[in-house]
Write a protein that binds this ligand. Structure first.
Ligand code: NAD
Length: 475
């Protein structure tokens, strides 16, 4: 049984009766799993109205009340992780263990927000005149509109929902139409946890139509989006035209530097595992490899051997280590990257092809000997392809790593403290990982710089985008 699909507006689950629907496809076999109801204009208006009305009381709710609901959502997420994970594997494709892991880590996110929302503080500023009292208040910004993608459907949505609700805002979220079950499960968890009607609303539709309508609405005060850079820029421009606050978590093209003193075997093993996670459809996936000349051949051999042994298949099969791409449209995009690399002299030493048969499978792929202007080195592949290049001088490698307009995540492997220090200082990225992969925990800020976004989610910064600063002075 696949998850029931609905809109969730003003505390009510609204089914497909009288609404346009869109099929949801299992990427492992191309079969239709269910029909997703899309919101009409009237539904969007109802969501706006509900979020607006609910804000009038939710903004005054006690942090203890918000915290209790977020804690309950964490508990329900843990209890339901197997079922939610199975549905997530069905409509997104990732292996079941990864899907269940995503839900469990999101329970931690909900707990973190439950803890932190009790610590949203203002401050008192010493006055020049002792009769004056000066205070800084932090208040919820208002109704938020959020748009989340299909690669981590539970994770991306719950971060935005917990931050908005924990801050005292209300929210309308449009989830990923291709992989909707996880967002439905979040709505059910908040509903069962006793969230008042209208505080959280879930809608589905044609992405551009929904975002355009919600962002233009005077009711919406804040826009949060996770997805591709081009779409992020469009939404940020529209939000700017209407003077709305934004949080943008956009794509990257994460450089990996492996220095000559690194533990090469460990780096190759860890990077290969991280590369195939979610079939490479991860915004912080390692995507551009700069390997020092002295260890290049050893690294290439070990990394390729690791990827050659990856078991690709249906995510529900317990032996599967990498599932299909989430959508059929991603398969020709992978082919385009590989064809472009070949045209520019790149050698495809592993994979490079669609895996024939049912489903949207693409083999783990390693490409070497390609120039820095190849598509694979300049555009985020968002798939299981790794381009490996050489370097000889660290300053030059850092310059190449920083040469793109993106700045989400960066990775380096070295045993030199001095080099680690230089890399931490000079890599242009919102998150720098040295000798391990440590981004994306609830207590750490997640976000990009340059074209990769604006603002952070998680960490002590998590509520910043959802609060306004009000200065009060009285005598
Ligand atoms: P896309 O650019 O069409 O869409 C990316 C996401 O944005 C999807 O979830 C989509 O539903 C949503 N979207 C698209 N247009 C929108 C609009 N006008 N308003 C609101 N939402 C909108 O590409 P795609 O084929 O779905 O995904 C491929 C690309 O998206 C990848 O190259 C990758 O860079 C990016 N992506 C990034 C993330 C991330 O976590 N940063 C997640 C998913 C996809």
């Amino acid at each position: 049984m696949y998850q029931g699909l609905a809109l969730y507006i003003n505390g009510q689950f609204l089914d497909s009766q009288g609404r346009t629907t869109q099929p949801v496809i299992n990427p492992a076999n191309g079969q239709i799993l269910g029909q997703l109801p899309l919101a009409s204009r009237a539904d969007l208006d109802a969501a706006l109205d509900a979020a607006h009305k609910a804000f009038q009381s939710w903004r005054h709710s006690s942090p203890l009340e918000r915290s209790a609901i977020l804690r309950k959502v964490a508990e329900l997420s843990r209890e339901r992780a197997q079922d939610i994970g199975r549905n997530l594997t069905l409509d997104q494709g990732k292996p079941l263990a990864e899907a269940v892991g995503e839900i469990m880590s999101c329970a931690d996110h909900a707990d973190w927000h439950a803890e932190e929302c009790r610590r949203i503080y203002g401050r008192v500023i010493s006055p020049r005149n002792p009769k004056v009292r000066q205070m800084v208040l932090r208040e919820p910004i208002g109704v938020c509109a959020a748009f989340t993608p299909w690669n981590f459907p539970y994770n991306q949505a719950i971060r935005k929902i917990c931050a908005a609700i924990g801050a005292g805002c209300t929210i309308i979220l449009k989830g990923p139409e291709d992989s909707p079950s996880a967002v439905m499960a979040i709505a059910q968890a908040f509903h069962d946890a006793g969230l008042p009607p209208g505080v959280l609303n879930i809608v589905w539709g044609v992405p551009q139509e929904v975002s355009d309508y919600l962002i233009r609405s005077p009711i919406v005060r804040k826009v949060s989006f996770t997805g591709s850079v081009p779409v992020g820029k469009q939404l940020a421009a529209l939000a700017g035209a209407h003077m709305k606050r934004i949080t943008m978590e956009l794509g990257g093209h994460s450089p990996v530097l492996v220095l000559p003193d690194a533990d090469v075997a460990r780096a190759a093993r860890h990077l290969a595992r991280f590369k195939i996670r979610n079939a490479g459809q991860v915004c912080i996936s390692p995507t551009r490899f700069y390997i020092h000349d002295d260890i290049y051949d050893t690294f290439v051999q070990r990394f390729t051997d690791e990827l050659a042994n990856v078991r690709v298949g249906d995510g529900l099969d317990p032996d599967t280590q990498m599932g299909p791409l989430a959508h059929e449209r991603r398969v020709p995009v992978m082919k385009q990257f590989v064809d472009n690399a070949r045209q520019l002299g790149g050698k495809v030493i592993l994979g490079g092809e669609r895996i024939e048969g049912e489903g949207f499978f693409f083999s783990p792929t390693v490409v070497t000997d390609l120039p820095d202007h190849a598509m694979l080195m300049t555009e985020e592949p968002f798939g299981p392809i790794a381009p490996l290049t050489r370097y000889t001088d660290l300053d030059d490698a850092i310059r190449r790593a920083n040469s793109l307009p993106f700045g989400l995540s960066a990775y380096a492997f070295t045993q030199s403290l001095q080099a680690a220090h230089q890399l931490a200082n000079e890599l242009e990225a919102g998150m720098v990982n040295i000798n391990h992969f440590g981004s994306s925990l609830p207590e750490t800020p997640f976000g990009g710089i340059k074209d990769s976004g604006i603002g952070s989610e998680g960490g002590a910064e998590t509520f910043d985008g959802y609060l306004i600063t009000k200065f009060v002075t009285q005598i």
